[in-house]
Write a protein that binds this ligand. Structure first.
Ligand SMILES: [Zn+2]
Length: 518
């Protein structure tokens, strides 16, 4: 994500600088304590013997998944989360609306088969926010080698009613390496120091990418205008696993596109090679997709454990609740949501008193650009346009996020905030034996803590074992319940509960980085 610049008026800036100097001085004097062993063992007992984390996982995936933002599924999943959190006795459980996000979308029917020269079902998925086919369509497939705008002329008038492939076949390698992986000590040691200086951004590569994107938009419009029955696109990954994201716009005012289908590479390959032999291929595809325009706003879910003597100060835990639409969004990010809910349950059930308020937030719209958390930060902490800070900005100690799949916690990214290092070093101590060993000087991006970090608030994301995240589950049709490691989720919930507890009961708010400058 691009770092966001916050503008603040000069006088306010001077005041804030003073306030920060004082905060830093206070931080230097504060004796940041290590967690008490008796408290950690309470959390560990509750989190292992009475865990609800896999039960919540099962509901968020099998019962309500996938949870595409503004789909009927995610609205039902939200009701389930509110009911569950209320049932655990948490306070102020509610949905906070934000928006507009845009229309909802769901896939209702998807059937795709090759029917000639051979009969064979296809592993394929419709792309989100694309239309359906208006009933079953039987038509020939065509490989239209369209690589640049000049190629449009040759194919004009030749694609109507056909299933169009435009991408050449790619090479598919054997998977010599196991898809699942835990960080070795050496790998953790490698991500601990600051990122080595990066070569300047490759302007040519960026230009190429931008041009490719512009060309793709023209290609979609061309295929739509030509009346192709659907665009079949070879998906990333292989072995029956495929990445499926959006193919159309969530803005109801945008022009509709043609049906777009992500196809498993091996099945794409068979169609492609058969056509290459000049043997006609006939496919039968039936897609029913629905759009929902009745409510263009979305929602975040919030729940609290009210604090005692410092109740107006807050520590937040969060994760994004939404997913893509082909799997059930298990590792991305029912896992994070279930872990954060479970951390709240552990704190509540153990009857822990927290001086500050502990607040859970489950975000939507993350997959479309951190939209839910940005809206929340904008509403509560700092105006994104003016940069003006709101009173709550001074009251948030930290925000902790989980969104890197099912793997257990191995450390935390300091996000460039070195002042928290000695504090987190102490808080991490009880979990070293269970693999949490690493404080990384690096910043990590691409999820909701960035919305806080951009506004000058301490926002942190934990380091997690990758397991099968990049190799198999992230944004794929195989992001499902089976890919979840229960023991890892339990470890995460206990650590998050402990970090939240320590933040909520510390003498001071956590130290901050200087505000992002104008
Ligand atoms: Zn995610």
């Amino acid at each position: 994500m691009r770092p966001r610049i916050i503008r603040i008026p000069v006088k306010l800036a001077a005041l804030l600088a003073l306030a920060f100097a004082l905060t830093w001085a206070a931080a230097a004097q504060t004796d940041w304590l290590a967690p008490e062993a008796s408290i950690i063992s309470k959390f560990e007992f509750e989190g292992s013997e009475h865990s609800h984390v896999m039960e919540v996982m099962g509901y968020l995936t099998d019962v309500y998944g996938p949870r595409l933002t503004n789909s009927p599924n995610i609205r039902e999943a939200g009701e389930y989360a509110v009911k569950t959190l209320s049932g655990w006795g948490l306070a102020n459980v509610r949905e906070e609306a934000w928006g507009p996000f845009g229309r909802g979308w769901s896939n209702e029917v998807f059937e795709a088969s090759e029917i000639s020269p051979r009969r064979s079902p296809l592993i394929a998925y419709p792309k989100a926010w694309t239309p359906g086919t208006n009933g079953p369509v039987t038509a020939d497939a065509i490989y239209a080698r369209i690589e640049k705008e000049d190629d449009f002329a040759f194919y004009r008038g030749r694609l109507r009613g056909m299933f169009v492939l435009t991408a050449p076949m790619r090479i598919v390698q054997a998977q010599f390496e196991a898809p699942a992986h835990r960080f070795t000590d050496q790998e953790l040691a490698e991500i601990a120091p600051p990122r080595p200086p990066q070569p300047p951004p490759d302007k040519e590569a960026r230009d190429r990418q931008r041009k490719q994107q512009e060309f793709n938009e023209k290609l979609v419009k061309f295929l739509t205008d030509e009346g192709a029955a659907a665009w079949l696109e070879p998906a990333p990954h292989d072995g029956g696993t495929l990445t499926v994201m959006a193919g159309g716009s969530r803005d109801p005012k945008d022009a509709p596109v043609l049906p777009r289908v992500a196809v498993d590479i091996e099945h794409y390959g068979r169609i492609f090679r058969t056509l290459d032999k000049n043997i006609p291929v006939t496919l039968r595809i039936n897609i029913a997709n629905k759009f929902y325009d009745d409510n263009l706003d979305s929602f975040n879910i919030v729940a609290e454990i009210p604090g005692t003597d410092k109740a107006d100060e807050v520590v937040m835990l969060g994760a994004h609740f939404d997913s893509w639409a082909s799997g059930t969004g298990a590792t991305d990010n029912a896992a994070g949501s279930a872990v954060m809910m479970e951390a709240m349950r552990i704190l509540k059930t153990c009857g822990m008193k927290t001086r500050r308020t502990v607040r859970l937030a489950l975000w939507t719209g993350e997959e479309e650009g951190l939209l839910g958390s940005r809206a929340y930060v904008n509403e509560h902490f700092a105006d994104r346009k003016s940069g003006d800070l709101k009173p709550e900005h001074a009251k948030l100690s930290a925000y902790f996020n989980v969104d890197n799949g099912t793997g257990k916690i191995r450390g935390i990214y300091l996000q460039g905030n070195e002042a928290v290092r000695p504090i987190f070093e102490k808080w991490m101590e009880p979990f070293k034996a269970d693999g949490m060993t690493t404080l990384s000087a690096r910043s990590t991006g691409a999820t909701d803590h960035v919305s806080f970090d951009d506004a000058g608030l301490p926002g942190f994301q934990f380091i997690q074992d990758p397991i099968e995240y990049d190799t198999r589950t992230h944004h794929t049709n195989m992001d499902v319940y089976e890919r979840i490691q229960a023991a890892d989720l339990k470890q995460m919930a206990v650590i998050v509960a402990s970090f939240a507890y320590m933040t909520a009961n510390a003498a001071d708010l956590l130290p901050r980085k200087p505000l992002p400058k104008h």
